[in-house]
Write a protein that binds this ligand. Structure first.
Ligand code: S3P
Length: 427
């Protein structure tokens, strides 16, 4: 149990948010399978990305972590990777397991991928079904769709044309990485536009990939060339600080260089619709911005449809903001939340309601009525990093008593310095 910070008077200052998790994973993966040496700056040194790094080390790739936090990857090309002597451990990371299932399906050696208890309950048919259509030999534990995953070498993979049944960057990326080693041109039609880091970064590493809104195509057999990557701050981590500064009175907080790729920026639009003061000063790439946030009076809102993939990881913290907003907030089309690190619809409602929130779970989202004062309670992250951080922001609003969080270490999955960083800006 960790005793959380409560009763915040105000939040002031500037905070440097750690690197984007999705981009950090991909920077290691693509640099490792590229030819030549790549330098990654702003890399997220957190458990999920370390899982990805250790997997490539187990495949024989030299990866140096420098004292200034940057990472040097000595890429070996896809054909230079070696068979590992043990099972590859993806830990808690769905991105690691799903993307690498695709990449490894075209490898000439057998592999086993394992994960922690949460990852071993997450659906893998969403990648195994299209990968098998490409000719992969991939199976789950004892005929199920769950990890451990077993991959056997096949003669070759064939490209497919695939209509995605879910909006998922992990599924899209898994198929694209399998497509790299497949014969022919892999074509994907997305249901809704999901985060496009794989497409942008493969292009940066020299891959010819065509994107026309939700249609993507990539020819097999292409090689990657080393490229330096500058990882921006993670909007999904910044989200906790944005909402903290909005909800705690007399606050003003600045966060430099936060990644605001349009496929990730839905939270800014939703919070602005709720009345939030958020200033965005974009840099020249148009993909990241310096953010300034001030305390704001919020009102309820409704959202669903194609904005959902652009804010999927931020819904628990948006739900917290909605508990403090005037009126009703309705979140729809977010059933994917049920298959994240936890069932985030159920866990968000359950834990915030313990503190006095009024959240009704629905099949595909939540109905939240506010504003409700939050009171002290013992709460639980259920091992989910984003739930743990959201509950700490909720605790800032509790005026009396103690809030204890079970399984607080879960924040190390994406944001190891979270509690210290927060303490440094809260009065
Ligand atoms: C991610 C994609 C999203 C997101 C996850 C990271 C990625 O998952 O929730 O945190 O890096 O591709 P889905 O693709 O399952 O929606």
């Amino acid at each position: 149990m960790k005793e959380l910070l409560t009763n915040a008077n105000r939040i002031q200052g500037e905070i440097v948010i750690p690197g984007d998790k999705s981009i950090s994973h991909r920077s290691i993966m693509f640099a490792a399978i590229a030819h030549g040496t790549s330098k990654i700056t702003g890399f997220l040194h957190a458990e999920d990305c370390i899982s990805t790094m250790n997997i490539f080390r187990a495949l024989g790739v030299q990866i140096d972590e420098l004292e200034d936090g940057s990472v040097i990857v000595h890429g070996k090309g896809i054909e230079g990777l070696q068979a590992p002597s043990e099972a590859l451990d993806a830990g808690n990371s769905g991105t690691t397991m799903r993307l690498l299932a695709g990449l490894f399906s075209g490898f000439p050696f057998k592999l086993k991928m394992i994960g922690d208890a949460s990852l071993s309950k997450r659906p893998m048919n969403r990648v195994m079904i299209p990968l098998r259509q490409m000719g992969a030999s991939i199976s789950g534990s004892e005929g199920s769709e769950f990890a451990p995953l077993y991959i056997q070498p096949v003669d070759h993979l064939n490209a497919i044309e695939y209509d995605m049944p879910v909006a998922s960057a992990q599924v899209k990326s898994s198929i694209l990485l399998a497509g790299l080693t497949a014969k022919g041109t892999t074509i994907i039609h997305e249901k809704e536009k999901s985060r496009d880091h794989t497409e942008r970064m493969l292009r940066q590493f020299g891959v010819n990939i065509e994107v026309d809104d939700k249609d993507i195509s990539l020819e097999g057999g292409q090689t990657l060339t080393a490229s330096d990557v500058k990882v921006p701050a993670d909007i999904s981590s910044a989200a906790f600080f944005i909402v903290a500064a909005l909800l705690v009175k007399d606050s003003q907080l600045r966060m430099p260089n936060v990644g605001l790729n349009p496929t990730r920026a839905g939270i800014i639009e939703v919070l602005k619709n709720m009345g939030a003061f958020i200033e965005t000063e974009y840099n020249e790439t148009g993909l990241s911005a310096d953010l300034t946030v001030q305390s704001s009076d919020l009102k309820g809102t409704e959202f669903g449809g194609d904005i959902i993939p652009t804010l999927i990881d931020e819904i628990p913290i948006i739900a917290l903001a909605a508990t403090q907003a005037e009126g009703t907030t309705i979140i729809r089309d977010a059933q994917e939340l049920k298959v994240k690190e936890t069932d985030r619809i159920q866990v968000t409602a359950q834990e915030l309601n313990k503190m006095g929130a009024n959240i009704i779970e629905t099949e595909d989202g939540m109905i939240i009525t506010g504003p409700t004062p939050l009171h002290a309670a013992d709460v639980d992250s259920h091992g989910d990093h984003r739930i743990g951080m959201m509950l700490q922001i909720a605790a800032l609003l509790v005026e009396e008593g103690t809030v204890n969080l079970a399984d607080a270490e879960a924040v190390n999955i994406s944001f190891p310095s979270f509690f210290d960083d927060l303490a440094s800006i809260v009065d």
